[in-house]
Design a protein around this ligand. Sequence first.
Ligand SMILES: [Zn+2]
Length: 186
Amino acid sequence: MPTIVGHAVFGATLARLRLSGVADGAGAWRALTLCGAAAMLPDLDVVTFKLGIPYASPWGHRGFSHSLFFAAAAALVLLWLSRGLWPRLGFSLRAGFVLLFGVIASHALLDMFTDATHGPALFMPFSPQRFLLDWRPIEGSPIAPRFWMTAKGRRVVWTEALYIGLPCLALMLACRWRERRKDCAA
Ligand SMILES: [Zn+2]
């Protein structure tokens, strides 16, 4: 997996693009924070290692919690919890759901770009098949924090900065530039 930071940055970037032009600044920040946190949710499944559930199990790491079904269910729960926020931002509840679903599902998409042995089980609980892309430039992040200070940990940070951080930064700047142009034209 990319680190949870990489997932949060990517999820918040998707939300930033979707929330472009929203006038309620405080509300937009709340939505950004929510979406960043939502993008990290699937990796709560690391608890399955502690429970003795094997990585290869459909109910283990990158199994059910990385499926589109889970993304939809989690998006519904978060939508209900944040139901007062979306109308304030000028979003319908359906639009809020689509955004939350997108950021949670983006987690599995990023995981498919990592050099891990097992990809996300996108179609659990209907199929246990795991999916990885042929091009996987992102170094899989070790789970134990002690690995962070190793050469492997540094490669993780470098590949995430290159393949997640930089594109997200470019998208955020482009979004800001477009908003400024609109402000100037108004
Ligand atoms: Zn993951």
